[in-house]
Each structure stands twice: as C-alpha cells, then as structure tokens.
Design a protein around this ligand. Structure first.
Ligand code: GAR
Length: 207
C-alpha cells in the first residue's frame, strides 16, 4: 500500500495504458516516508501490464474502456465519475494513451499532469520518440506538462534532456527517455502536491 491509516498524504490518481514503469516509479516514490502523495487508484483504458503493478501494490484499478460507452463524451463523463470516487487532488497520466475530453478536464482544471517522451513542443502525439529519431535530432527527452484540450499542448512544468546516440533504435532511445521520466515525473508530482502550480494558461511554474 502507498498510504497508512491516518495518512494525510494527498490522493493522486494515476492513469496508464502500457507496461507501467512510470506507474512503478510513482508508487516507489509514494512509499518513501517523506512522500507527500499517495496513489489512490490507477485508471486504465485497456488490458495492460500496469494493472498487475497496481494490484501488487494494493492500489485499486479502475478500468474504463472507450468501447464500453456510446461515444467519447460518454466515456469522458464516466471517467470523471469513477475517478471522483477517489477524491484526487491531482491526476497523473503516466503512459496513458487516450486524449482526455472537456468533461473530465473541466473537473480537474490545471490539476492533470502528463509525461510525454519528447521535448515539447517538438514531436507531440503518440509517436514522439519515433518522430524525433526520424527527424534526426541530436537531443530529445521528456516533458511533464499540464494537460489542456490539445494534444500535448499544455503549459510545461519540467523537462529532461536525453542525448540521441548513433545507432539508436526507437526502443533503445525510448528506454533511456523512460529512465529520465522515472526520475522526473515523481519529483514533479511531489512538487505540485506540496507547492501547487501557477499558470496563465500558456506558461506555468511551481512556486
Ligand atoms: C512513457 O514514455 C510516456 O511518456 C509515454 O508512454 C510511456 C509509458 O511507459 N506516454 C505517451 O506517449 C503519452 N502520449 P511505461 O508504460 O513504461 O510507464
């Protein structure tokens, strides 16, 4: 478990669609005695290994698949209702491969974080690592940003730089980027939970 009875740690809901290594990093950070947050639940939009990681840590899993709803709006509303049961102060998309819609984002204005595997605003979207490699950049990295209505367009909170090596494949480069993400994302979550965020909608900083 990531919380103890009587814990006053801030509840955070994580969202994932894949192997869950960022989720594991969040859970490991939340286990530290000094951590200010707890992972109250994991949301998944599909069957994925992240589920097993959450279950092994005793974290409840909310499964909310688009195909189970009439349309994206209905899914978005259902997601909002199911997440609300955990009363999170922050939502952390940690490898979540769906675009969140207005009904969900409206309930958590400027309180949804995403980790993206490129240096935004370069290479947004689902193929950021492959796109950066194909373009021939010499450095890439990862970005933690607030989620707005666009695709990876929200205000940036933190970035980590990763060098592209000759001979890199999408897999080798992505693995080094994820190593950086696993360091960066939990520290940003800890920072926003304890200090909040100031944003004008384009720029953001953690005071
Ligand atoms: C991470 O690289 C994350 O930035 C990316 O998925 C990976 C998840 O890794 N997210 C996106 O691309 C979102 N558009 P994991 O499954 O090992 O945690």
């Amino acid at each position: 478990m990531t919380s103890s009875p009587g814990s006053t740690r801030t509840p955070v809901v994580a969202m994932a669609s894949g192997t869950g290594s960022l989720l594991a990093a969040l859970l490991a950070f939340a286990e530290r005695p000094s951590s200010s947050f707890t992972v109250a639940a994991l949301v998944v939009d599909r069957d994925c290994p992240a589920i097993g990681i959450a279950e092994a840590a005793g974290v409840p899993v909310v499964r909310c698949e688009v195909g189970d709803y009439a349309d994206r709006e209905a899914w978005d509303r259902a997601l909002r209702e199911r997440v609300a049961e955990y009363a999170p102060e922050w939502i952390v998309a940690a490898g979540f491969m769906k675009i969140l819609g207005p009904a969900f984002l409206g309930a958590y204005a400027a309180r949804v974080l995403n980790s993206h595997p490129a240096l935004l605003p370069a290479f947004p979207g689902a193929h950021g690592v492959a796109d950066a490699l194909a373009y021939g950049v010499k450095v890439t990295g990862c970005t933690v940003h607030l989620v707005d209505g666009g695709v990876d367009t929200g205000p940036i909170l933190a970035q980590g730089v990763v060098e592209v090596r000759t001979g890199d494949t999408v897999e080798s480069l992505h693995e080094r980027i994820k190593t950086t993400e696993r360091e960066l994302l939990p520290t940003v979550v800890e920072a926003v939970v304890t200090r909040g965020v100031v944003t004008d909608g384009r720029k953001a900083y953690i005071p």
